[in-house]
Design a protein around this ligand. Structure first.
Ligand code: DMJ
Length: 521
């Protein structure tokens, strides 16, 4: 091989440079492989955020970042508390272009728990700092369940006008996402400019069932509060399309094109990507004072299809809900799917005649299975399997993390309210102790990377749903049933309580609409 001599460089020098380059390239490619490998061991939300959120996105303000809480005078107890909150142990979760997710998500929890000083502080932050014009990319679903849901319940619980004002402003900003040929909204929206687009990871520009199917409760309340029927029209249009479209074996696949209105893939799951769509069917019925018979019908036929095609019994006798990929079952259940114990429980009363006990039993069995997955640390993995001899255990290293998710505890809470079987409180207490032991850190609580490891490794992340859901459901599990009774309140998928809209109000509302009046006039 002839090496051309560069001016001023000796042949041996050039050889040295080339081998240095080679070593450098080798090192670089190793580094790249390592980074991509590491990516697959991160929890999904973190991975997606790193990959898909824009570089200039501001970190959300909650635990651990400079915010109003940090502007206290040094020396006073407030400052000391603010300082603890600023300890950069935990980074802040999910902003989706908006800041303050943990503050907004925890308003109602603080109020319900009687933590008035903290609640007032959070309210002040909303009043002075919550900027709804941010130009980052926001998930329509996440903004709806965390911010719209959080502000709505803060308003209903406290009556503070600021929450109503903010939530109406935010609701209007979400509407451009629905400007698609079918009216099925796209997943991502820029609240500042009103442009919207589909997630890059969703196949063929599709929208996600659990995202566009989890707007109904909040949007009905936006119409109820404002007198503007547009919000209700948007979600009723989604329902109309879902009702009309052919469903494989009566099942709802997770991906739908907002352009053609057709399913994009036949992947069905009651866990991630599908979960809260089913939840919102039964809750729409309950929130309507049991008048929304269309939602009732859709929920029970979906349940029938799920039972026929997805519900399984393991060799060890555990009931679980598998995932369905074009007719082939994946014998896995995600932590997210564990909300279904509670959902099936609250839906037990209003199904086909004679089915109540069947649904209560199914709810109890699924909740039991999810409890079984919570060992040996008494915290549960992100996903667990029932194949190759596994019985509710995570067989893959990448499924072993726990990010402070609420779903299992959520089912304990509902099952306790429905049955008063003391085991649900015992299981809940096990979770309290495990959270204290394994997740408590100086500045709050952190997720852990491996629920099976004897020495925990923290992921330094406190998800906002830990405050809105996990802690609230635990608090309710150990409270009397008349604190937010289930007959009067429906919890959105982020555990924000929304009041049942009584028949009388619905009639009055439609009468004012008929006369062309709205509460805004
Ligand atoms: C919450 O943000 C909501 O419950 C959502 O529906 C899915 N699960 C997360 C918490 O795990």
């Amino acid at each position: 091989m002839v090496l051309r001599k560069l001016p001023g460089v000796s042949a041996s020098g050039m050889g040295l440079r080339l081998s240095q380059k080679f070593v450098f390239l080798l090192f670089l490619s190793g580094l790249v492989t390592l980074c991509f490998g590491a990516l697959f061991f991160l929890p999904d939300t973190v991975r997606l955020k790193r990959i898909f959120l824009s570089k200039n996105e501001n970190p959300a303000v909650t635990v651990g970042h400079d915010n109003e809480l940090s502007k206290k005078v040094p020396g006073d107890p407030e400052h000391q508390r603010a300082n603890q909150l600023r300890t950069p142990v935990l980074c802040v979760v999910f902003a989706g272009g908006l800041r303050g997710a943990s503050i907004v998500d925890s308003l109602d929890t603080l109020y319900i728990m009687g933590l008035m000083e903290e609640y007032e502080e959070a309210k002040e932050w909303v009043q002075n700092n919550l900027d709804l014009n941010s130009n980052g990319e926001a998930s329509l679903f996440e903004v709806n369940i965390r911010y719209v849901g959080g502000l709505l319940s803060a308003y209903y619980l406290t009556g503070a006008e600021i929450f109503k004002q903010k939530v109406m402003e935010l609701g209007e900003k979400l509407l451009p996402a629905f400007n698609t040929p079918t009216g099925i909204p796209r997943g991502v929206i820029n609240l500042g400019s009103g442009t919207s687009w589909s997630w890059g990871w969703a196949s063929a520009g599709s929208s996600i069932l659990a995202e566009f199917g989890t707007l109904h409760l909040e949007f009905l309340h936006l119409s109820q509060l404002s007198g503007n029927p547009l919000f209700t029209e948007k979600v009723m249009n989604i329902r109309k399309l879902l009702n009309k479209i052919e469903k494989p074996h009566g099942l709802y696949p997770n991906f739908l094109s907002p352009v053609s209105g057709n399913w994009v893939q036949h992947h069905v799951s009651i866990g991630g990507l599908g979960d809260s769509f089913y939840e919102y069917l039964i809750k729409s019925y309950l929130m309507s004072d049991k008048t929304d018979q269309e939602a009732q019908k859709m929920y029970y036929s979906a349940m029938e299809a799920i039972e026929t095609n997805l519900v399984q019994k393991s060799p060890g006798g555990l009931t679980y809900v598998a995932e369905w990929r074009g007719g082939i079952l994946d014998h896995k259940m995600g932590h997210l799917a564990c909300f279904s114990g509670g959902m099936i429980g609250i839906g037990a009363d209003d199904g086909p005649a004679g089915q109540k006990q069947h649904y209560l039993d199914l709810a109890a069995e699924i909740t039991h299975t999810c409890h079984e997955s919570y060992s040996p640390t008494k915290l549960g993995p992100e996903a667990f399997r029932f194949d190759a001899g596994a019985e509710a255990t995570a067989t893959r290293l990448s499924d072993r993390y726990y990010i402070l998710r609420p779903e299992v505890i959520e089912s304990y809470m509902y099952m306790w309210r429905l049955t008063h079987d003391p085991k649900y409180r015992e299981w809940g207490w096990e979770a309290v102790e495990a959270l204290e032991k394994h997740c408590r850190v100086d500045a709050g609580f952190s997720g852990i990377r491996d629920v099976y490891a004897s020495t925990v490794s923290h992921d330094n992340m406190q998800q906002s749903f830990f405050l809105s859901e996990t802690l609230k459901y635990l608090y309710l599990l150990f409270s009397d049933d008349d604190l937010l009774p289930l007959e009067d309140w429906v919890f959105n998928t982020e555990a924000h309580p929304l009041p049942v809209i009584r028949k009388r109000c619905l009639q009055e509302h439609s009468a004012t609409q008929d006369h062309g009046q709205t509460n805004l006039e």
